[in-house]
Design a protein around this ligand. Structure first.
Ligand code: HEM
Length: 128
């Protein structure tokens, strides 16, 4: 019994690796976002984000074996994430999802999650 995972439904590891690759293509083309990311470790960044998403959606737990508890708010503390950065991040992810075309119900679940998670990562307000 039990519900099939989104991880399996979208196609497993290959889907998340492709999604993250498409995402980082766009991050590296964004003049605000690219300054926050490690310039000399794009492969490592792709690996960390892929493993996190695979684990989050019900795939193998390799991310936590390598990195421990995600604690994403804490890990993002060094980066000044304001509404503009959040919206740029979501634009990159939306375009990456557009490129992969997951089935509509899966797409809706992914969109909803990324929308909320990205908002939760805002830690900076340049107006104050
Ligand atoms: C890491 C930026 C949102 C998941 C990072 C890194 C940066 C960054 C600069 C360091 C890259 C690296 O060396 O791994 C941002 C910005 C966001 C955002 C500007 C805008 C809101 C999110 C969201 C998620 C996420 C919504 C989850 C759905 C991760 C993960 C890592 C990471 C898993 C690697 C953590 C680790 O193990 O070190 N992010 N991020 N990020 N981000 Fe984000």
């Amino acid at each position: 019994t039990g519900r099939a995972t989104l991880y399996d439904a979208v196609g497993g590891e290959a889907f998340f690796r492709r999604l993250v690759h498409e995402f980082y293509e766009r991050v590296w083309a964004d003049e605000v976002l690219r300054r926050m990311y490690p310039q000399d470790d794009r492969a490592g960044a792709e690996e960390r984000f892929s493993l996190f998403l695979m684990q989050f959606w019900g795939g193998p737990g390799t991310y936590s074996e390598q990195r421990g508890h995600p604690r994403l708010r804490m890990r993002h503390h060094p980066f000044p994430i304001d509404h503009d950065a959040r919206n740029r991040w979501i634009a990159c992810m939306t375009a990456a999802l557009d490129a992969l075309e997951p089935a509509p119900l899966l797409r809706a679940e992914l969109d909803d999650y990324f929308d909320r998670a990205a908002t939760a990562m805002i830690n900076h307000n340049p107006a104050f």
